[in-house]
Design a protein around this ligand. Structure first.
Ligand code: PLP
Length: 395
C-alpha cells in the first residue's frame, strides 16, 4: 500500500452513484434497475403509504413503465393506467383485478383467439362464468346478460372479419345493468377510436401491435376510469407478476413519438389498398370498415368516421392452391400472423389464428382457404398496390 491514509479501501463491487444531473436528459433513459434505495425506513414507509411517488421494486412499478403509461393515458384520454408484459397480461390484470368467483364475464364471439381461450377454459377454472355473443347484434348481447354479469369484453373491429361491434348499443346496456365495459382497442387505436368517449369503463391494448409498431416489444396497457379500479389493476399486476420489461417499455415509448405519422400513413395505404383490391380480377370480396360495401358501413361511419385503421381483409376465388400461389408471388410481403409491423404483412387465418376452429365455425365466420388478412404498413402506397396487382395476376 502507498501512503494515502485517508482513502478508504475501494472495491468496484460497491455501487457508483448515478449523477443527479442525468435526470435532465432530453431522451427517456432506460432504467433496468430491479430495486431502488430509500433514505430511511420513514421514506420507505411514505412510499408504501402512497404519500411519496418513488420506486422500491420493479415488479411493483418502474419509471419506464410509468413514462409509457403516461403517454398512453394521454392518447386515450385516461389517467393512471398500467403497462404490463403483454396484451394478454393486460386482459389478465383487468379480469383478475375487477372480477371474482361467482361473477360472469361476457365477451364478443370474435375476440382475439387467446382472449376467447381465456374465457372458454381458464376463467371458468377460477369460478368465473363466461359466455360470448355476437357483438354486432345488441339484442343478442342483451339476451346474454345475467344478474351476475360483471364485465363485458369488447373489440371494436373484429379480427380477421372486420365486423364493427355495436359499441353504442352495448355501452347503453352496460350502463343500464351496472356492468363494467372493457374495450380492447388494439385494432382501432386511439387515433381511430377513443373508448372512454363512447362509454367504456376500461381501455385495453396489446401495445405489441401497431402502437409499438416495430415487432420488437411485447407489452400491454390497461386503464380504468375510476382510480380504485386502476389501483386494483396495479395490485393484480404486482401480485400475479404481469410486469413489463423496462427495455420493452423504453423502446415502445420511443416508437410512440412517430405513432401518429405511422398510423396515418398505414391507414391511408389500407384505404387505398381496399379500393385497389376491389378492382382486381380474382378478388371475391374486400372488407374495410369505411367502405360503403362493408356489412356494417353505417356503424363504421358512426364510430370511426373516416378512420378505418390499417387492417384490410379480402377473399380470393379459389382454395389452398391459389392461396399458396398468392403468397409465393410476393416474397417482399412477409407471410406472418402478426399485425402492426412497420411494413405490410399477409396472414392466412385458416392456417394460423383460426386453424383450430371447426369447418362449421369457419363457415359461420365467412373464413375459408381464400381468405386473407393484411396488416398494411407505411411503405409508399404504389409499392403496396403493385405487389397486390402482381399477387392476383399470379393466381
Ligand atoms: C395481439 C392481441 C392481443 C394479445 O396481445 P399480446 O401482446 O400478444 O399478448 C389482445 N387483443 C388483440 C385484439 C390482439 O390483437
Amino acid at each position: 500500500m502507498t501512503n494515502r491514509p485517508n482513502t478508504p479501501p475501494h472495491t468496484p463491487v460497491r455501487r457508483t452513484p448515478w449523477p443527479e444531473a442525468a435526470g435532465r436528459a432530453l431522451a427517456t433513459p432506460m432504467q433496468p434497475s430491479v430495486v431502488y434505495t430509500s433514505g430511511s425506513p420513514d421514506e420507505l414507509d411514505a412510499h408504501y403509504e402512497g404519500s411519496e411517488q418513488t420506486y422500491a421494486y420493479a415488479r411493483e412499478g418502474h419509471p419506464n413503465a410509468d413514462v409509457l403509461a403516461a403517454k398512453l393515458d394521454a392518447m386515450e384520454g385516461g389517467q393512471g393506467g398500467i403497462v404490463v408484459g403483454s396484451g394478454m397480461a393486460a386482459i389478465t390484470a383487468v379480469v383478475l383485478g375487477l372480477c371474482q368467483a361467482g361473477d360472469h364475464v361476457l365477451g364478443g364471439n370474435q375476440l382475439y383467439g387467446k382472449s376467447l381461450k381465456m374465457l372458454g377454459t381458464d376463467l371458468p377454472r377460477l369460478g368465473i362464468a363466461t359466455s360470448t355473443a355476437d357483438f354486432t347484434d345488441v339484442a343478442a348481447v342483451e339476451a346474454a346478460i345475467r344478474p351476475e354479469t360483471k364485465l363485458i369484453l369488447l373489440e371494436v373491429v373484429s379480427n380477421p372479419t372486420i365486423r364493427v361491434a355495436d359499441v353504442t348499443g352495448i355501452a347503453a346496456l352496460a350502463k343500464k345493468h351496472g356492468i363494467l365495459l372493457a374495450v380492447d382497442n388494439t385494432f382501432t387505436t386511439p387515433r381511430s377510436f377513443r373508448p372512454f368517449d363512447h362509454g367504456a369503463d376500461v381501455v385495453i391494448h396489446s401495445v405489441t401491435k401497431i402502437l409499438a409498431g416495430h415487432s420488437d416489444a411485447t407489452l400491454g396497457y390497461a386503464c380504468a376510469l375510476l382510480p380504485e379500479h386502476n389501483a386494483a389493476l396495479a395490485m393484480a399486476s404486482s401480485t400475479w407478476g404481469l410486469t413489463a420489461s423496462p427495455f420493452d417499455c423504453w423502446i415502445a415509448e420511443r416508437g410512440l413519438y412517430s405513432f401518429d405519422l405511422r398510423y396515418d400513413q398505414a391507414e391511408r395505404n389500407a384505404a387505398a389498398l381496399a379500393d385497389h383490391l376491389v378492382g382486381l380480377k380474382g378478388v371475391k370480396r374486400v372488407l374495410y370498415p369505411t367502405r360503403a360495401d362493408h356489412p356494417d358501413a353505417p356503424r363504421g361511419a358512426e364510430l370511426l368516421g373516416a378512420r378505418g385503421s390499417h387492417m384490410v381483409s379480402f377473399e380470393i376465388e379459389g382454395g389452398r392452391a391459389e392461396a399458396n400461389r398468392l403468397v409465393r408471388a410476393v416474397p417482399e410481403l412477409p407471410f406472418a400472423p402478426t399485425l402492426g409491423d412497420v411494413a405490410t404483412t399477409i396472414s392466412h387465418p385458416c392456417t394460423s389464428s383460426h386453424r383450430l376452429l371447426s369447418a362449421e365455425a369457419l363457415a359461420e365466420l365467412g373464413i375459408n382457404e381464400g381468405f386473407f388478412r393484411i396488416s398494411v404498413g407505411i411503405e409508399e402506397t404504389d409499392m403496396i398496390l403493385g405487389s397486390f396487382t402482381r399477387a392476383l395476376e399470379a393466381i
